[in-house]
Design a protein around this ligand. Structure first.
Ligand SMILES: Cc1cc2nc3c(=O)[nH]c(=O)nc-3n(C[C@H](O)[C@H](O)[C@H](O)COP(=O)(O)OP(=O)(O)OC[C@H]3O[C@@H](n4cnc5c(N)ncnc54)[C@H](O)[C@@H]3O)c2cc1C
Ligand code: FES
Length: 274
C-alpha cells in the first residue's frame, strides 16, 4: 500500500546527498537494512534504504543524486508530499550477545542503513567498530555525526582512495589490519555487516570466507515493483529476489550466487558486468 507523507525535514549531508524525513501515521517500526519505495509524483518510484527511525517516530532516507528521480528528490522542499511503500525486505539481524567482534563496513550511500544499524547497536549496548570508505573527504557520508559518536562502545575509522581524509586506501585494507588484532579463536565469533559498492562487498566476502567470519551484506539491484512481482531484481542461479528475499543476505546465501560481485541486470533485464 502506498501512503502519502509530508516531508518534515531535509538535511544536506554532503555534495549531492540529502536526508529526507517524514512521519507515517501508523505504528509500523522499520528495522535496519529494510528499504522503502519512494514515489516522487510525476517522476518515478525508486528504492531507498531507511537511514533512521527516531524516538519521535520520524523515518529518514538519504538519497544521492544520480539520475532523474534522485534529482527530483533533491529539489523537494519541506511541506512537499511524496509516496512511501514499506518497510520492505529483510533486515540486519541483531547479533547474539556472545559476539566478540562486530564490524560495520560501508561506502557511499551504503552508510545509510549502517548508520541506522549503528544506532540500534548502541541502544542495545553492543561494542562495535565502523569502517567507512569513500573516494575523497567530501564524499564521506555522515562524517561529522559518526566522528562525534560519544558512545565508548563504538569506534569509527575511515579511509579515502586519495588520502584526503583518514587513512589512504580501501575499507578492505583497514579491515585486514583490524583482523590481525583479533585472536584467531575469536574469528568464528565475529560478525561483519556491510553495504556499499558490490566490488568492495565481494572482496570482504572472500576475506570472510577465508577467515571463517560471518557476513551480512546488503545488495543493490535495479527494482521496479519492490515486492517480488516483476522479477527484475532476480539473482542467478537459484532465483533470489533482492527486493523480497533480500536485500540482506548472509555468507552462505551469497556463496550460492553466481551473480554476486560479477553481474547485475539493467532496466531491460539484460545482464551487465559490475
Ligand atoms: C534496496 C536498495 C536500497 C537503496 N538505497 C539507497 C539509498 O539509501 N540512497 C541512495 O542514494 N540510493 C539508494 N539506492 C539506489 C537508488 O534506488 C538509485 O540510485 C535510484 O533508483 C536511481 O534513480 P534515478 O531515477 O535518480 O536514476 P536513473 O536516471 O534511473 O539512473 C541512474 C543510475 O541509477 C541506477 N538505478 C536506477 N534505478 C534504480 C533502481 N530502481 N534500483 C537500483 N538502481 C537504480 C542505474 O544503475 C542507473 O545507472 C538503493 C537501491 C536499492 C535496490
Ligand atoms: S523489484 Fe520486482 S521482483 Fe524485485
Amino acid at each position: 500500500m502506498i501512503r502519502t507523507v509530508k516531508i518534515n525535514r531535509i538535511i544536506r549531508n554532503c555534495t549531492g546527498v540529502k536526508t529526507i524525513s517524514f512521519k507515517l501515521e501508523d505504528n509500523i517500526i522499520p528495522k535496519p537494512g529494510q528499504f522503502v519505495m519512494v514515489w516522487v509524483p510525476g517522476v518515478d518510484e525508486i528504492p531507498m534504504s531507511i537511514s533512521d527511525f527516531d524516538e519521535n517516530g520520524y523515518w529518514s532516507f538519504t538519497a544521492k543524486n544520480v539520475g532523474e528521480c534522485t534529482n527530483a528528490l533533491q529539489n523537494l522542499n519541506i511541506g512537499d508530499f511524496i509516496g512511501i511503500r514499506g518497510p520492505l525486505g529483510t533486515h540486519f539481524k541483531i547479533p547474539p550477545k556472545s559476539t566478540k567482534h562486530i564490524f560495520l563496513i560501508g561506502g557511499g550511500f551504503g552508510m545509510a542503513p549502517l548508520k541506522f544499524l549503528a544506532n540500534q547497536l548502541i541502544k542495545s549496548g553492543f561494542k562495535f567498530k565502523i569502517i567507512e570508505g569513500a573516494k575523497s573527504r567530501n564524499e564521506l557520508l555522515f562524517l561529522d555525526e559518526l566522528s562525534n559518536i560519544k558512545d565508548k562502545n563504538c569506534e569509527f575509522f575511515c579511509c579515502t582512495d586519495d588520502g584526503s581524509y583518514g587513512q589512504k586506501g580501501f575499507p578492505t585494507t583497514l579491515f585486514e589490519e583490524k583482523i590481525s588484532e583479533i585472536e584467531p579463536i575469536d574469528l568464528k565469533n565475529t560478525i561483519i555487516y556491510t553495504c556499499g559498492p558490490e566490488i568492495m562487498m565481494y572482496h570482504l566476502f572472500n576475506m570472510c570466507k577465508m577467515y571463517g567470519i560471518e557476513l551480512f551484506a546488503s545488495l543493490e539491484r535495479i527494482m521496479r515493483c519492490g515486492c517480488g512481482l516483476c522479477g527484475l531484481c532476480v539473482i542467478d542461479p537459484i532465483g533470489n529476489l533482492v527486493c523480497k528475499d533480500g536485500p540482506i543476505f548472509n555468507l552462505a546465501e551469497l556463496n550460492k550466487m553466481d551473480d554476486f560481485g560479477k553481474y547485475k541486470r539493467d532496466f531491460t533485464g539484460k545482464k551487465i558486468e559490475i
